[in-house]
Design a protein around this ligand. Sequence first.
Ligand code: PHE
Length: 466
Amino acid sequence: MQNNPDQFSSKIGFVLAAAGSAVGIGNLVGFPVAAAKNGGGAFLLLYIFFVVAICLPLILAELSLGRATGKSPLGAFREISKGHKGWVLAGALSLVTPFMIAVFYSVLTVWLLGYLVLVLGGMLDQLATPVYFGGFITSPWIFAYLAAVIAMVIFVLKGGVRDGIEKASRLLMPMLFIMLIGLAVFVLTLPNAMAGLKFYFTPQVDRITWSVVNGALSQAFFSLSLGMGILITYGSYLRKQDNLVQSAKMLACTDTGVALVAGLMTLPAIFAIYPNTNPSELSDSSVGLIFSFFPNIFMAMVPKFGYAVSSLIAATFFLLAFVAAITSLVSIIEVPVAALKAESKKTRNAALGFVIAAVSVGAIFSALSFGQVKWLSEFAFYSGANKSLFDVLVDVFYDTILPFNGLLICLLVVWQWKRHNMAAEMLNNNGSSGWLERYTHFAIASWIPVILATVFVITVINKFMS
Ligand code: PHE
């Protein structure tokens, strides 16, 4: 089926679409900040180790599961386990996870669009005032931006796999790479940028604690779009003749490469403008950094470059982050759409309409959890603090469930599918088995599940029971 619109048209089409999913706010901001705070070069090495030793085998497992069954997570879990109830439930978790992540990620995407529009409207100076962000996220404007983001997602997903997701990625991803490299080169020419680089690359092994290890693993899962059912779904759109192992390697390299380059942009920018920065004092959340700290960095460029040029640089940054975010959002909403379409035998558009309506309601709730509505703002209480709905979704689905879903995938492959079936699917059209296939075969049934189970238990205790 050379021209099936429900499949990616080529390996490169797949890699761009999967990179569209993987490259997101996590790469552009989450990764550089985590690296700066948690031991610079030591964090970097730890992160790369997790990507190769744990995530790559799981990328292969998810893609093979998807391609072998031709289904999204729920269908794939059901088919592989021959309808076993427990496993169908696990498949359902792989559906709830992307939905919940979509709910909080769409709010971040909305804020990015808002800041892009405001910078273009000449309001950079106001964005840089400390109170602006708090006012912005509680203003009714949010809903207008939400409507715009949802409209863009519908526009892409309505086109289906090849003419929607792949086409948008082919256009947007090269644009993203150019903006990222342009900004990194610009930042590296600023005086004092080298102090940022030094910080980025110097390994401080004493900073590596348990929570740093856990953070590096969650970050790697989130960044590679693992444990969200996305790669199972995208695997089901891969052609049988495309080389799955090479695609997985290209995906991991692109995503990690973007994260590393984003570090070359973010940290030197911070040091160039604030030479006395102590990175361990950087805001804990990427959110605080993007929306409160960065506008200040751009404003600090005004004496040198003028207001218009500084605003243009700021706009490029927010456009970059917005493009990264919207391509990720598209991929995560595709998972429940594909599943609903298959389960209910509805048309794609009907499934899309239903999922979009549900995500919009969820997004409105989480957008209202910043003080506007009390029960949403004080949604739960743990770790000695009130947590908003937004915080709960991040803690549960980003920090805790992603590695757990990874564990379920390992167990499904080893106990139900059997590793030789996975090997056969991976190797389809790939000649003989290379180091990665051999390593995956061993690791997925041994230490990967052990590590993931340990991380899950310790995270639950640390996060929710202390
Ligand atoms: N990989 C994305 C990032 O790094 C995370 C993500 C993927 C979020 C897909 C939503 C959907 O930001």
